[in-house]
Write a protein that binds this ligand. Structure first.
Ligand SMILES: NC(=O)c1ccc[n+]([C@@H]2O[C@H](COP(=O)([O-])OP(=O)(O)OC[C@H]3O[C@@H](n4cnc5c(N)ncnc54)[C@H](OP(=O)(O)O)[C@@H]3O)[C@@H](O)[C@H]2O)c1
Length: 338
């Protein structure tokens, strides 16, 4: 890997992302300036929200400028450093973009020291943004009480499956909604949920009635659309809904039934959106706790790794068609240090 391969956003995607939305260019490997480091990207995280960054409309990030290297959440290794506090060979999390190499000021790179018993890739997913989102979204936005009923959508995904398992640790009755028998089986067998609903095959309303005989106290919402409507129809008084994401609408479209939203009024319920960045002050504490739970085997997770930056459109397609098993990553280069 001598030069750099850069994926630049050429056009705003219409619907799903395609290869034609990008210019793929070869460029010289960048040179670090004073105080900067040169990083070789190893993993590129492909979260559903990457699709939102490509739109002209501002999301929680400014719109991705056309013609620029696509923004990307990465884990890499420092290969040259002009900063005394950042040694060559250090693994770092950064916003390294959809490319093989990047330079950044050392203070914008976060050193990663993986526990010997855990894969490096976990430190850009469950032991990073996904873990913080799941833990703080559930505990701080929903304020759960033992014995309450929690419903989680996209429950077999990287955020959702952590929410389910943290919910069980907190003494909740947990009902996961996911697409397909494999994912529902994994939730039941590995994540310990009380019930799993296959929204692609089951009668969701009937299954919610069976699985939540005392109604729904808490919803951790990742998807939006008709399943959200069905859960809202069954919320209890003073229910709490953490609005983490609405993945069903990211490629365009998506509607909610107003009579379902009216349930927020009928039940004096609270729906609150949140961003993981609101909770960064708890990052170290939460990651350390999750790391311990993963090491003691009480929390399970999946990471789905594809090889090669050229598979970016495919990776995005997997996330939006539910073909991913856990956090979707692209491996851009080997973990081994030079
Ligand atoms: N607020 C924050 O700070 C924050 C931070 C991180 C993530 N998030 C949000 O958390 C949610 C989950 O993210 P993740 O990274 O953990 O992804 P993920 O769950 O690992 O992958 C996305 C999953 O969403 C489901 N899905 C995709 N398109 C769908 C559709 N049209 N209808 C129904 N289900 C669909 C699929 O699962 P099935 O096979 O079960 O359909 C897919 O596997 C997303 O909404 C994301 O934007 C928010």
């Amino acid at each position: 890997m001598s030069g750099n391969i850069e994926w630049r956003l050429r056009a705003r995607p219409q619907g799903e992302v395609t290869r034609e939305d990008f210019d793929v260019r070869s460029a010289a490997r960048p040179m670090p300036g004073p105080g900067q480091a040169l990083v070789r990207n190893i993993y590129l995280f492909v979260p559903p929200s990457m699709r939102l960054w490509m739109d002209e409309k501002e999301s929680y990030l400014p719109p991705q400028p056309l013609g620029e290297v696509m923004t990307g959440i990465t884990l890499g290794v420092v290969e040259a450093s002009n900063h005394p506090a950042l040694a060559v060979g250090t693994y770092v999390n950064g916003m390294g973009g959809c490319q093989q190499w990047y330079v950044a000021p050392a203070e914008r790179l976060q050193s990663v020291t993986a526990h010997p018993g855990l894969p490096l890739a976990a430190y850009r997913t469950v032991l990073d943004v996904q873990g913080l989102t799941a833990y703080c979204g559930l505990t701080e936005i929903c304020r759960p009480q033992a014995g309450e009923t929690l419903v989680v959508t996209a429950a077999a995904g990287s955020v959702g499956s952590l929410v389910c398992q943290i919910g069980k640790k907190l003494g909740l009755r947990v009902v996961g909604v996911a697409g397909g028998p494999d994912k529902c089986g994994w939730l039941l067998d590995q994540c310990g949920v009380d019930a799993a609903i296959d929204y692609k095959a089951d009668d969701v309303g009937r299954r919610l009635d069976e699985a939540c005989p005392d109604g729904v106290d808490i919803l951790f919402e990742n998807v939006g659309g008709p399943v959200l409507d069905q859960v809202l129809d069954r919320i209890n008084r003073r229910a709490r809904i953490a609005l983490c994401g609405l993945v069903s609408s990211y490629n365009g479209g998506g509607t909610q039934r107003s009579s379902a939203l009216m349930q927020l009024v009928n039940k004096s319920a609270r729906m609150e959106g949140f961003l993981l960045t609101d909770h960064y002050s708890r990052y170290a504490e939460v990651v350390q706790m999750l790391e311990q739970w993963i090491l003691d085997g009480s929390i399970r997770y999946q990471i789905d790794i594809l090889d090669g930056l050229e598979r970016l459109p495919e990776a995005m397609g997997r996330v939006f068609h539910g073909r991913n098993r856990g956090a979707q990553l692209l491996r851009l280069s080997p973990e081994e240090k030079a």
